[in-house]
Design a protein around this ligand. Structure first.
Ligand code: FES
Length: 57
């Protein structure tokens, strides 16, 4: 499922970046995947995914 339509980024891409690089903040995650660089509508959902994956690590 696409989370970021502007940059065509799926939840799978976000989850795998979190597992591979283990960013400690949304800021660090956004350096790995270009989330929210255009309209910004994807940031809220990305935060939910980030928190879900953090809970699993
Ligand atoms: Fe991600 Fe627009 S949906 S920047």
């Amino acid at each position: 499922m696409y989370v970021c339509l502007c940059n065509a980024i799926s939840d799978k891409v976000i989850r795998s970046a979190i597992h591979q690089h283990q960013p400690q903040s949304m800021q660090q995650l956004r350096k790995l995947v270009p989330i929210g660089t255009d309209c910004g509508k994807c940031i809220r959902q990305t935060r939910v995914i980030f928190e879900e994956e953090q809970a699993k690590i």
